[in-house]
Design a protein around this ligand. Structure first.
Ligand SMILES: [Fe+2]
Ligand SMILES: [Fe+2]
Length: 372
């Protein structure tokens, strides 16, 4: 399950760090020298990406909403019902399962920014709930009442409970495995597969000239999430590289099987979201995208692709592409350099504060025209 991504793990300067895992009580109180430059780069990028939900006006989208079919509105309500509690669930996974077990201060900086971003996503989806005539009580209840959502949440809760209700000793092989299991659950599966499948459905409306501003909100969420994913994957790979006791075939098989089980849960969920399908989109289409995405996640972790299906939604961003991930760590990141010179990331969408100031926008905006 190992994969080299050109990361530098060698201690710099005089300060010797035991590794990325630890309490952070000693090493984590001093930022320099940086031991994990990728975490610092991600922090800088995340700060440059800062945005606020009220920068986007949803008035036109409200007119679109009134024209949409019941099935289309059901799909959006379903997504909002799912996204909202799960943004907060990610923060619990970070607070209880990641932050306390990571040594490096640069990782703590990034995690603090990510936690604010998850809070911001929660508020963005609250804004959507307030704007569209969605029954909040029903939307809030769905993650418990809707069996396909409850099943996904129960899976995530198991990982979080393992971190909070059990005494976790990060110095033992079993403790380190639980740390990785939690990361795989909230980062690879929830953020990297389940959320992306929802983003694709949400953005499909813009392909038909509907909910364009909502689409911009989702773009900004995706931009954040792509960095969350990069951080999580690098944390997993670094932990595996630094801990030989985790590099067993048995553990690799367990991780892969967990990911494949999550795909099965997602297939059932998408059937409930799109029972009859909507124009240009049905559950089979979404589930093929889920399998395509899952293969990318497996490759990023060093596995062979499992499903080997083509991408049915080529209009979606290449943000989640393996090559983007590798390119991110090259010394000259051309996509960021290019975007840094553009005052606007998109010609027809709102501009975040970073964009308005001409600062670097993440090079992972949704590419609706084509995909490499
Ligand atoms: Fe989020
Ligand atoms: Fe996230």
């Amino acid at each position: 399950m190992r994969k080299t991504v050109g990361l530098s793990h060698k201690p710099l300067g005089d300060k010797i760090m035991a590794g990325i895992l630890g309490t952070g009580i000693q090493d984590g109180l001093l930022l320099k020298p940086i031991h994990y430059p990728w975490a610092m780069e991600l922090y800088d990028q995340a700060v440059a990406n800062t945005w606020f939900p009220n920068e986007i006006q949803l008035g036109q989208d409200l007119s679109d909403w009134k024209k949409m079919t019941d099935e289309e509105r059901h799909a959006i309500e379903f997504l909002m019902s799912y996204f909202n509690p799960n943004e907060l669930l990610v923060n619990k996974a970070l607070a209880f399962g990641v932050y306390p077990y990571v040594n490096a201060a640069e990782c703590h900086l990034y995690l603090a920014k990510q936690m604010w971003e998850e809070a911001n996503h929660c508020m963005a989806f609250e804004y959507v709930l307030e704007t569209f005539p969605i029954d909040r009580e029903k939307a809030y209840a769905a993650h418990v009442d809707e069996p396909v959502m409850a099943r996904k949440e129960e899976f995530e809760m198991q990982a979080i409970k393992r971190m909070t209700e059990k005494q976790l000793d990060i110095t033992t092989t079993e403790g380190k495995k639980d740390f990785i299991r939690n990361l795989v659950a909230y980062n690879i599966i929830l953020e990297g597969i389940w959320f992306y499948s929802g983003f694709m459905v949400a953005l499909s409306f813009r392909q038909r000239n509907l909910l364009r501003n909502f689409g911009s909100l989702i773009d900004w969420v995706v931009r954040d999430e792509s960095l969350h994913l990069k951080f999580g994957i690098n944390l997993i790979l670094t932990t595996l590289e630094e801990n030989e006791d985790l590099q067993t075939e048995e553990f690799a098989d367990e991780i892969k099987q967990t990911i494949l089980d999550a795909v099965e849960m997602e297939e059932e969920y998408n059937k409930a979201m799109l029972p009859k399908g909507i124009l240009g989109l049905n559950a089979d289409y979404v589930n093929q995208y889920v399998k395509y995405l899952t293969d990318r996640r497996l490759e990023e972790l060093g596995f062979e692709p499992h499903y080997k299906v083509s991408n049915p939604a080529k209009w979606m961003a290449a943000a989640n592409d393996t090559y983007e991930l590798v390119n991110f760590f090259e010394s000259t990141n051309t996509s960021y350099e290019v975007n840094a010179t553009k005052p606007q990331a998109k010609s027809d969408g709102p501009v975040s504060p970073a964009g308005a100031r001409g600062e670097a926008e993440a090079g992972n905006e949704i590419n609706t025209g084509n995909e490499g």
